[in-house]
Design a protein around this ligand. Structure first.
Ligand code: MSP
Length: 526
């Protein structure tokens, strides 16, 4: 493994002011499914997640809770953010905290290099700041407040009043990069995805970029500006650098060359930071820009972005405690077109769990294993003469796995799952048509029965491989029940891009009992 192309994927690093809700978990799952897919396909994969711990927002939260920001961050990382990864079964390669020494030192190194190259100057600044976004807001995101904030200017995202800040700051000459960024978007249309996100960014940059304030002097919770320790580095400038400090920037050039550039998965609210500020910073430092920035949509509640500050956050464990982590991963990746907003509903989750996971996939697996146990003492039969019905299944498995890979390549995770699900539907239809239970009644049909059940088992073998990035637990259980561990090796070592090649499960393999992959859920939800 790990001999193929480099694939480095990142999630945003999460603010530790509060515990995660399912919107955060959504970003994590998407990046994890893509990472698992590439890892299993043999690409030299690295997946990074972590936490964003500096800045005024964290400082204020810690102070309000009567503690220091570092103690607060430690607590949230240990009690909330790292446990989230287990809750939704994330297999990350690294977890970076912006308070890590490896990060802080190299943020200073990066900034010093920009300063030495003449890209930083000092000046006075007065503008409206949103602590929720940790951003001086552009005019387009400043709106008039309503209700308790009537008469005030509020942030369009947080609906909270903006603060007028007036400070001496250091500035990054971002305006120098307007034309180079526009040329980049033009030359590499896939650089920002989806298309709607790309268009928005282009419109924004076309208006011309301003220089960016990159330091704060009214508080001290951050990385110190190397040549002036009365300033700390602006939290976004600090945070964006995690993507390079985590893979050796400034300390391990070989590792850095191996991993960088990255594919960044981010919510659309923070797309501009990643598609404008970040590449401008990298260009100024003479580094390669990211491979791709993908802006996904929001989970909505009542038509608005789910958020803790608006008290609409749902904790991921509320879902996984009942449905399990596989169902969580499947539901959000399948039900929402990646790149678009989606409304979460318990009814939709329950309905899909029942019809697609339990009845569609789970039942298929249980029935086939049970029939092999009953009719062939649990030994995988040989495939005898193939009819058109089998050839249709072979072609479908092969086409679906190619289509799934092509969709994952485009980060269209929902399309990839839909393609794989065609195999589930085809196999269910095939079994209904072939009626193995009827074939079993006459010894003269023994070979035909063997062919039908072999076809179903091979289909399940392909499904286990293709679905393991999305449903790691259920597919591992299926893999064991198929007897495939002994015959073919560990599931995560199965080359994903060859999943559609027919005939891999050897006849003679012993299958074993399979408990329901997606058990019936008795408790009524909410
Ligand atoms: N710390 C910054 C990111 C720095 S990256 C260099 C940040 N953190 S965050 O915790 O507020 O958000 C992290 C991610 O969660 C973002 O991609 C954001 O879009 C995502 N989500 C937060 N609420 C969400 C929904 N309701 N729905 C989908 N994603 C959501 O921003």
């Amino acid at each position: 493994m790990a001999s193929g192309n480099s694939f480095y994927i990142t999630t945003p690093i999460f603010y530790v002011n509060d515990a995660p809700h399912i919107g955060h978990a959504y970003t994590e799952v998407a990046a994890d499914v893509l990472a698992r897919w590439h890892r299993q396909a043999g690409d030299d994969t690295w997946s990074l997640t972590g936490t964003d711990e500096h800045g005024e927002k964290i400082l204020r939260t810690a102070t309000a809770n009567g503690t220091t920001p570092k103690e607060w961050a430690d607590k949230l990382v240990t009690e909330a953010w790292k446990p989230l990864l287990a809750t939704i079964n994330i297999k990350n390669d690294d977890f970076i905290r912006t308070t890590d020494e490896r990060h802080e030192t190299n943020v200073q190194l990066f900034l010093q290099r920009l300063f030495d190259a003449g890209f930083v100057y000092s000046g006075e600044y007065e503008a409206l700041y949103c602590v929720g976004c940790e951003e001086f807001k552009p005019q387009s995101e400043i709106v008039d407040g309503t209700g308790p904030f009537e008469g005030q200017k509020v942030c369009a995202i947080h609906s909270k009043p903006l603060e007028l800040l007036q400070e001496k700051n250091y500035f990054f000459r971002m305006s120098d990069f307007t034309d180079r960024l526009l040329a980049l978007y033009e030359e590499r249309p896939e650089f920002i995805q989806p298309e709607s996100a790309r268009n928005e960014v282009i419109q924004f940059v076309k208006q011309g970029l301003s220089d960016l304030s990159i330091s704060r002097s009214s508080f001290d919770w951050g990385v110190k500006v190397p040549w002036d320790d009365s300033h700390v580095v602006y939290v976004w400038f600090d945070a964006l650098l995690n993507y390079v400090t985590a893979v050796g920037y400034g300390q391990d050039e070989e590792e850095f060359a191996r991993r960088w550039p990255a594919t960044h998965i981010v919510g659309k609210d923070i797309l501009r930071f990643h598609a404008v500020i970040w590449p401008a910073m990298l260009l100024a430092a003479g580094l390669e820009v990211p491979k791709q920035v993908f802006g996904h949509g929001w989970l909505l509640v009542g038509g608005e972005k789910m958020s803790k500050s608006k008290l609409t956050g749902i904790a991921p464990t509320e879902i996984t405690d009942t449905f399990g982590s596989d169902a969580f991963r499947y539901y959000f990746m399948r039900a929402i077109a990646f790149g678009q907003d989606g409304s979460f509903s318990w009814e939709d989750l329950s309905a899909r769990y029942q019809s697609e996971l339990a009845n569609g996939f789970g039942n298929l697996a249980s029935r086939v294993i049970a029939m092999v146990t009953r009719y062939f003492d649990g030994v995988v039969p040989a495939e005898a003469e193939r009819t058109d019905a089998e050839l249709v299944i072979h072609a479908e498995v092969s086409a679906a796995s190619d289509l799934a890979d092509a969709s994952m390549e485009k980060l269209a995770v929902h399309d990839a799952i839909a393609a794989i699900w065609r195999i589930v539907d085809e196999l269910n239809g095939y079994i209904t048509d072939q009626e193995p239970w009827a074939l079993s009644k006459d010894e003269a049909n023994r070979e035909r029965l063997g062919t039908v059940l072999y076809t179903a088992l091979e289909g399940l073998r392909a499904l286990a491989v293709l679905l393991s990035p999305v449903l790691p637990e259920a597919t591992a259980r299926l893999w064991t029940a198929l007897g495939a561990v002994g015959a073919l090796g560990a599931l995560e070592d199965q080359p994903l891009r060859e999943a559609g090649t027919w005939g891999q499960l050897p006849a003679g393999t012993q299958v074993s009992a399979l408990e329901a992959l997606f058990p019936r859920i008795e408790a009524t939800v909410n």
